[in-house]
Design a protein. Structure first.
Length: 75
């Protein structure tokens, strides 16, 4: 989590799976967000970091603001 000066909180979900992450992550992430205190009502920027990438169906849902792979982080 990164609480930025521009009133945005970036929350990262990191998944290290043997296969691509699918749309089931959306419900899991939403459950976690329910418990996140955001008293100042800052904008939430959702980022997914995945070892093996994501399915096309997850990409098409456009739920995450940014999706990164471990490969992209190593470059």
């Amino acid at each position: 989590m990164f609480d930025r000066a521009d009133n945005v909180i970036t929350i990262c979900e990191i998944k290290y799976l043997q296969s691509a992450v699918d749309t089931s992550i959306i419900q899991e992430f939403e459950q976690k967000l329910k418990y996140f205190p955001n008293e100042k009502k800052k904008t939430i920027h959702k980022v997914l970091i995945s070892a093996e990438g994501v399915t096309e169906s997850l990409t098409n849902r456009a739920y995450f603001d940014r999706i990164l792979t471990l490969e992209a982080l190593v470059r």
